[in-house]
Every structure is written in structure tokens, then in C-alpha cells.
Ligand binder design. Structure first.
Ligand SMILES: [Zn+2]
Length: 75
């Protein structure tokens, strides 16, 4: 019950990645979050391409915003 009793109004949706989320491999802006049993990993588009195949079998959830990346790099 305590889990649902005090949902804050100002918390940003934790699913959304922001400019402060950085790739664990190179420090660039992260566009993919991989949630594992042990925690979560953040990857830029480049490293997501490198690691996602391997991680997808063990990941509980993969949040992928690489569609945003292609929009930005096009401009
Ligand atoms: Zn990276």
C-alpha cells in the first residue's frame, strides 16, 4: 500500500531518457536503456548497435529511443 500512497507530481517519467543520461561505454548521450536483473545499462546509438544483440537475451526490458537519434542527426 505504501508503494501507491504518495506518488509525486513532479517526477519525470523514468522511462524517458534525457540529455543527462550518458552511455556507460563512451559517455555520449544515451538513447537506449537496457534493464537487467542486476540493474540498468545505458548506451548511445553506436554502442547499442554493438551490444544489444548480446544483451537482448538477458534483458528484462529494453527502452529504445534510437528513432530520435536519426531525427537529430538528420538536421
Ligand atoms: Zn557509447
Amino acid at each position: 500500500m505504501w508503494l501507491y500512497g504518495n506518488v509525486s507530481t513532479t517526477v519525470i517519467d523514468p522511462v524517458q531518457l534525457t540529455a543527462s543520461d550518458r552511455c556507460d561505454a563512451c559517455g555520449a548521450r544515451a538513447y537506449v536503456r537496457v534493464e537487467l536483473e542486476s540493474g540498468s545499462l545505458l548506451f548511445c546509438g553506436h554502442h547499442a548497435n554493438q551490444h544489444l544483440d548480446k544483451l537482448s537475451s538477458t534483458a528484462k526490458h529494453i527502452h529504445d529511443e534510437r528513432s530520435l537519434l536519426s531525427e537529430e542527426s538528420a538536421s
